[in-house]
Write a protein that binds this ligand. Structure first.
Ligand code: ZN
Length: 337
């Protein structure tokens, strides 16, 4: 760590909320949950601000989902730690001179101890979540084709399950009938779950989603593989095309899943059936360039692209929505265009 970074971390201690607001970073108050300034969402981001260090973690971000105030500034502004430190140094009027040797030493010992402890905590959390995922999965039954969400989306269950008893997940209690989708790692081990109930989707608390996937069909001998964000889109595309589909669960997981499929399935062509929203398109583009894939975005007519709320959110964004409006023939045409 350079002298400047250390000095900034040292000087910024206890001042992170005001630094964030000066830099236009929207973080919840200390100790509170809220939308994540990196990946959005509603309440997955927790600003715990431990020891005034601006610490945070996000249950939705997949790529390094925790850190201190400096990490957050660097992630949100998409700049290096050093450039983030420079920005904060300007703000706090910190001279870029180094700390004394003793201060520097003390600080780096403290910092590395804290980082190790945090990493260990996350590892333990993920191990416990994988164990809980297995218990919940084993206590669930195969999803009925008549389940409300499946009927509403006009899709089949494809091996997913539904709860028989209520499950508490963080602050949410999922009732019997909630859909349970397994999240597997690249070696096909169950690492987490996704719950879908009344249109609400939530990952298992503490579970890992990075590089997690659920595969419909057989990708081993496939010539063409589809990669999508959500289960409903995946089921629609699998049912229409008969080609295998890899569900990546979140937009920011598309990249790592696509790269991983690309590396293990060199012969297959890969298409990303992206959601037509800013995050979906941004991450699909990234995934396509890293994983040598093509992107298919549902070509909605303008009248179906109107926002439904003042926040600018649209109701119809994915390929399942597209299929619901335009039907099988037009969806297949658009997918293979
Ligand atoms: Zn996040």
């Amino acid at each position: 760590m350079t002298g400047l970074i250390q000095k900034v971390v040292y000087s910024a201690n206890g001042q992170w909320p005001s630094i964030f607001s000066h830099l236009g970073i929207d973080a919840p108050s200390s100790g509170k949950h809220g939308p994540c300034p990196v990946c959005g969402g509603k309440d997955r981001f927790h600003f715990d601000n431990k020891a005034g260090r601006g610490t945070w973690y996000c249950r939705q971000c997949d790529d390094r989902n925790f850190g201190d105030g400096l990490d957050l500034v660097s992630k949100v502004l998409n700049i290096t730690l050093y450039n983030a430190a420079k920005k904060i140094a300007e703000l706090l009027n910190v001279e870029p001179s180094s700390l004394t040797a003793e201060e520097e030493n003390m600080h780096s010992i403290k910092l590395s101890r804290q980082r190790k402890m945090e990493a260990k905590k996350v590892r333990n959390q993920r191990r416990a979540a994988a164990k809980r995922a297995t218990e919940i999965w084993e206590n669930s039954i195969p999803a009925s084709p008549e389940q409300l969400y499946l009927r509403f989306k006009k899709i089949k269950p494809h091996g997913i399950r539904q709860l028989v008893t209520p499950v508490q997940n963080g602050a949410t209690c999922f009732s019997p009938g909630t859909l349970v989708i397994p999240i597997m790692d690249h070696e096909n081990n169950l690492i987490s779950l996704e719950f879908i109930s009344c249109g609400m989707k939530q990952g298992l608390a503490g579970g890992m989603r990075k590089n997690g996937r659920y595969i419909l069909g057989d990708i081993e001998s496939a010539k063409h593989i589809w990669i999508v964000e959500g289960f409903a889109t995946g089921a629609t595309i699998y049912e229409l095309t008969g080609e295998p589909v890899v569900i990546a669960f979140t937009a920011n997981n598309l990249n790592i899943v696509t790269t991983s499929v690309f590396c293990s399935m060199r012969e297959a062509m890969i298409s990303i059936a992206a959601d037509d929203d800013p995050a979906g398109i941004k991450y699909a583009r990234l995934a396509a360039s890293d994983g040598n894939a093509r992107i298919k975005i549902p070509p909605f007519n303008p009248e179906h692209m109107l926002p439904v709320s003042s926040s600018g959110k649209r109701e119809l964004t994915d390929w399942n929505d597209y299929f619901a409006i335009y039907g099988e023939r037009r969806t297949l045409e658009a997918l293979y265009l």
